[in-house]
Write a protein that binds this ligand. Structure first.
Ligand SMILES: NC(=O)c1ccc[n+]([C@@H]2O[C@H](COP(=O)([O-])OP(=O)(O)OC[C@H]3O[C@@H](n4cnc5c(N)ncnc54)[C@H](OP(=O)(O)O)[C@@H]3O)[C@@H](O)[C@H]2O)c1
Length: 241
């Protein structure tokens, strides 16, 4: 949400802050000691807010890439997941809750092995975990794992992210069905999507048809975050042999 629209809403008294649920994330290049708070405060200032409802660690490693780079670009400083390094970021997120800057904290782009390595050591457990979820990529094991621990799964790219950059596309990508609550900035589309969420729920038969549409097809492979010497994007998701 842009600051301008927030200020307009305040003026028109359309919604109150308490009625909104606002999420932001810390980007990979702000994982160092002291940087998470700095990034969070910058987002609060940019959004004209006193607090965020949810603050996520965007990726589980400090690897970042130059904006607009192509899919084969590798940053020589990139490295594999390290539980200790991740927990130092998480401790900083926990402090944001204690300071009242954020209400809840969460994770994103995690796998079961990574969660197993850190969940037991979180003083404040994640309220939510963001993961790619759409009919063509349902991640049932991760979804169940997260739900069983009382964590809310948030699905990103729910309609298959048709506008994602070219570097995030491969010939095998499949995402041919739709579920509600996708991203859009166009009023007609986001109203359609909200409407879907309050209409009659899907029937068990429709849910079963969606379940059968799973093609285990990950769209956001994240290859630009690979480290030198990695075999391929599968390494980011603990799928390597
Ligand atoms: N945690 C992560 O690492 C991560 C990774 C990827 C995405 N995300 C987040 O997840 C959210 C959704 O992901 P996404 O935007 O990539 O994928 P998405 O929600 O699957 O797709 C969004 C696209 O669908 C189109 N769309 C939305 N509603 C539509 C409708 N009713 N009819 C036709 N087209 C419609 C939008 O078109 P218009 O452009 O025309 O509005 C937009 O291009 C975003 O907020 C994104 O930031 C998080």
């Amino acid at each position: 949400m842009e600051r301008e629209s927030k200020e307009n809403e305040k003026k028109e008294n359309v919604v109150t802050r308490e009625e909104l649920f606002i999420t932001s994330k810390v980007w990979n290049d702000m994982h160092g000691e002291g940087q998470v708070e700095q990034a969070c405060r910058q987002s609060l200032q940019d959004l004209g807010l006193d607090y965020l409802d949810l603050y996520l660690v965007h990726w589980p490693f400090p690897n970042y890439h130059a904006p607009g780079c192509d899919g084969d670009a590798r940053n020589p400083d990139s490295r594999p997941f390290d539980a200790g390094e991740y927990l130092s970021v998480w401790r900083q997120c926990e402090r944001l809750v204690e300071q009242g800057l954020v209400r809840h904290i969460g994770m994103s782009n995690m796998t079961i092995p990574k969660l197993e390595a850190v969940l037991g050591q979180c003083r404040i457990p994640p309220a939510a975990i963001e993961m790619e979820l759409h009919p063509g990529f349902q991640q049932p094991e991760l979804f169940r794992y997260v739900k069983e621990r009382g964590i809310v799964p948030i699905g990103y790219c729910p309609i298959g992210s048709p506008s994602r950059p070219e570097r995030d596309r491969t010939a095998e990508d499949v995402a041919d069905t739709q579920i509600p609550i996708p991203f859009s900035v166009k009023p007609q589309q986001y109203l359609e999507n909200l409407w879907c969420a309050v209409q009659d729920p899907l029937t068990e038969d429709e849910m079963e048809r969606i379940r059968r549409a799973d093609k285990n097809c990950r769209l956001i492979k994240g290859q630009v975050f690979l480290w030198p010497g990695a075999d391929g994007w599968e390494d980011l998701w603990d799928m390597g042999s």
